[in-house]
Design a protein around this ligand. Structure first.
Ligand SMILES: Nc1ncnc2c1ncn2[C@@H]1O[C@H](COP(=O)(O)OP(=O)(O)OP(=O)(O)O)[C@@H](O)[C@H]1O
Ligand SMILES: [Mg+2]
Length: 298
C-alpha cells in the first residue's frame, strides 16, 4: 500500500455501533468488526488517520485470540478476506480486507475487566493521593511505572454515557453473579500474565490492559479486542525506568506533538503534521512486528 492511504469511515448495511476507532456491523448471530485508521488522543478523535493502524489492531487481536483460545474461549471466527468463506450478505470492499474480523455475537457483560501490572495512569494518581489503587491499600513507597508485586484486577462499569467507574469486589460479584464474576477475573488475570510474559520476551512491557467478556450459551467468552495498543499501555522495555512517566509506544509522538502545539485541548483537535503521522504509523507496525515476528498485511 502507499503510506498515504488511510480509511476513516465505513458504510456497510446494518451498522450496530460506531466507536472512536472501530465500526461494528450486525450479521445475525455474528458481527463484522472493522478497525478504521482513526486515532484518538485525550479522548478525542483526531482529523488524521494513521496508515496501517486498523490493520495492526485487527491482526494483532487475531494473533492473540488464536494463541489463547485453548485457555480462554473467545469470539474470534476469522479475518474477513473477501472470499465466500466470509459468508457475508454483501461484497466486502477491498480496502476493508486486513482490518476486518468476523466474530461470534455474545451478550456483552456490563463491565470492563482491567488488569494492571504496573503503576500508571489513574492508579498512580490514586496511589499518590490515598495510598490505594481502586480502593485496595498497597505497600508504601511504590514508584510511578514500577511493577506491582502481582497484577491487580481492577474492574470498572462500562458506562453507556459518561465515565466508567471503579467497582468494588462486592459490586462486581453482585453485578455478574459469583460464578461468572470468578471466571472472568481468573480469565482476565491468566490472559494478562500470558500476554505480558510473551511481550516482555520481545522487549515490550504491557503495563495494563482492558478485556471485555460476553455470554454465549451461559459461558463467559472473551470478546472485543485483545492486547492491542488501543486497549493496553505498551511500553518499550529498553526505555523503562521506574520513578518517572513512561510514554506509550504508539502514542508517544502524537501526544508529545499535541502538547507542544499550543492546542488548548478544546475540540476540534488540530491536524497532525505528516512526519508525526508517518512516525506513528511506523511505531504501530513495529509493535506488530516485534510481537508477532511478522509484517502486518496492509
Ligand atoms: N463478540 C461480541 N459480541 C457483542 N458485542 C461485542 C463483541 N465484540 C465487541 N463487542 C462490542 O462492540 C463494540 C466495539 O466497538 P468499539 O470498541 O469501537 O466501541 P466502544 O468501546 O463502545 O467505544 P470506544 O472504544 O470508542 O470507547 C463495543 O461496544 C464492544 O463491547
Ligand atoms: Mg472499545
Amino acid at each position: 500500500m502507499t503510506t498515504a492511504s488511510v480509511l476513516l469511515e465505513t458504510e456497510l448495511p446494518n451498522r450496530s455501533h460506531r466507536g472512536k476507532v472501530r465500526d461494528t456491523y450486525d450479521l445475525g448471530d455474528r458481527l463484522l468488526i472493522v478497525a478504521t485508521d482513526r486515532v484518538s488522543a485525550f479522548d478525542m478523535v483526531l482529523p488524521n488517520g494513521i496508515p496501517g493502524k486498523g490493520a495492526v489492531l485487527t491482526q494483532l487481536s487475531a494473533f492473540w485470540f488464536q494463541r489463547t483460545v485453548s485457555v480462554v474461549p473467545n469470539h474470534y471466527l476469522r479475518l474477513a478476506d473477501g472470499s465466500p468463506d466470509d459468508d457475508l450478505p454483501y461484497d466486502l470492499p477491498a480496502d476493508l480486507i486486513g482490518r476486518s474480523m468476523i466474530v461470534r455475537k455474545a451478550q456483552r457483560l456490563p463491565v470492563e475487566c482491567i488488569v494492571r501490572g504496573y503503576m500508571a495512569g489513574s492508579a498512580w494518581a490514586e496511589y499518590q493521593e490515598h495510598g490505594t489503587v481502586c480502593g485496595v491499600r498497597l505497600p508504601a513507597g511504590l514508584r510511578e511505572s514500577e511493577p506491582f508485586p502481582s497484577p491487580l484486577f481492577t474492574p470498572t462499569t462500562k458506562a453507556e454515557v459518561g465515565h466508567d467507574e471503579n467497582m468494588s469486589t462486592e459490586q462486581f460479584v453482585e453485578t455478574l453473579g459469583m460464578g461468572v464474576a470468578n471466571a472472568v477475573r481468573l480469565r482476565s488475570l491468566a490472559l494478562y500474565r500470558y500476554g505480558a510474559e510473551y511481550a516482555r520476551e520481545r522487549g515490550i512491557i504491557i503495563a495494563d490492559t482492558k478485556f471485555e467478556f460476553g455470554l454465549l450459551d451461559d459461558e463467559p467468552i472473551l470478546i472485543d479486542e485483545m492486547l492491542t495498543p488501543d486497549s493496553s499501555r505498551f511500553w518499550d522495555a529498553a526505555q523503562h525506568e521506574p520513578g518517572r512517566h513512561q510514554e506509550a509506544l504508539d502514542k508517544q509522538f502524537v501526544r508529545d506533538w499535541l502538547l507542544q502545539s499550543g492546542w488548548d485541548r478544546e475540540p476540534p483537535p488540530p491536524e497532525l503534521p505528516p512526519d508525526v503521522v508517518e512516525e506513528t504509523s511506523r511505531l504501530y507496525r513495529e509493535v506488530y512486528q516485534r510481537l508477532t515476528g511478522e509484517e502486518v498485511r496492509a
